[in-house]
Write a protein that binds this ligand. Structure first.
Ligand SMILES: [Zn+2]
Length: 289
């Protein structure tokens, strides 16, 4: 499943093709995604000027100047393919559902075998302005801070943790707390901070919260720099696979020896997600149980 680093990598990969783009067409071959693609979407965007692409949580936002936002979510298996007039393989692939065409000749195809992704439209006359506020779409308004922004910091996170008896990993993955920290990155950050995933959030000290915030930011930044994590359904627009998977310390390593202490990695189910941890490096002390 594409997580925040993959979506950010996708944004930076698409950006040069969309730069100052004017939309020539929007072809929808399969509107039945997670939510139906709006019926009159092409009429809304045709002839519109694209402003620089944005990302909010795992939503890719394509501002169409003074009209609104195309809101794209990759779901479980969505990805893009960029075709230019020089591309030799122009044929539609089986699971390519949507094509956004630009007057430059660039065409952006959206492929999504499992169709859990979405393409929505949010009208907004301020779209594309440099200082425009985030679009007030219902999917976006309830979201917590961006993990890599200065709006997410140890003080706030500590106060949120104080109010919650949930397992820290569950809280860390809640979009209301902070967006875009998926299972891989929550698992890895907890290992780096030496915090057990089941530790109740309100038992964490301020310094533990600060350490966790630091590691979440560091791990996401590394993953973006390395082009995402390269799980099976993800490829960035140029088709490069990310290399972050090679640096995973505990995620997907249940039963294998911890790289630091050689204790076998264990896992627990938390909120229906497998949470790998090292029982030696991330002890759950008696006071926390
Ligand atoms: Zn260990």
């Amino acid at each position: 499943m594409p997580e925040l680093p993959e979506v950010e990598t996708t944004r930076t990969g698409l950006a040069p093709y969309c730069h100052q783009g004017i939309i020539s067409h929007l072809q929808v071959r399969q509107p039945r995604l997670r939510w139906p693609v709006p019926e009159n979407l092409e009429a809304q965007v045709q002839g519109g000027h694209l402003a620089p692409l944005l990302r909010r949580a795992k939503y890719l936002l394509l501002p169409v100047t003074a009209r609104g936002y195309l809101i794209w979510h990759l779901g479980m298996s969505g990805k893009f393919r960029v075709l230019t007039p020089e591309t030799t393989d122009q044929a539609w692939r089986k699971h390519e559902h949507i094509e956004l065409g630009l007057t430059s000749g660039v065409r952006i195809r959206y492929e999504d075998p499992r169709r859990f992704g979405a393409l929505l439209w949010h009208p907004d006359l301020q779209a594309g302005q440099a200082q425009a506020p985030w679009p007030q779409h219902p999917l976006l308004t309830a979201l917590g801070p961006e993990p890599l922004s200065t709006n997410w910091h140890a003080e706030d996170f500590y106060h949120q943790c104080r109010k919650s008896r949930k397992a820290i990993k569950v809280l860390l993955m809640e979009p209301k707390c902070v967006v875009g920290v998926g299972n891989i990155y929550a698992t890895e950050a907890l290992f780096a901070a030496k915090i057990h995933p089941q530790c109740p959030a309100n038992r964490l000290s301020f310094s533990e919260c600060a350490l966790l915030v630091t590691h979440v930011k560091k791990i996401l930044t590394q993953a973006i720099a390395q082009g995402g994590t390269s799980l099976k359904d993800f490829a960035s627009v140029q088709g490069d696979l990310g290399y972050f998977a090679q640096s995973l310390q505990v995620y997907g390593r249940t039963g294998q020896a911890c790289y630091l202490c050689e204790t076998p990695i264990q896992s627990v189910q938390l909120a229906q997600r497998t949470s790998a941890f090292c029982p030696q490096c991330q002890p759950l002390s008696a006071k926390e149980a």
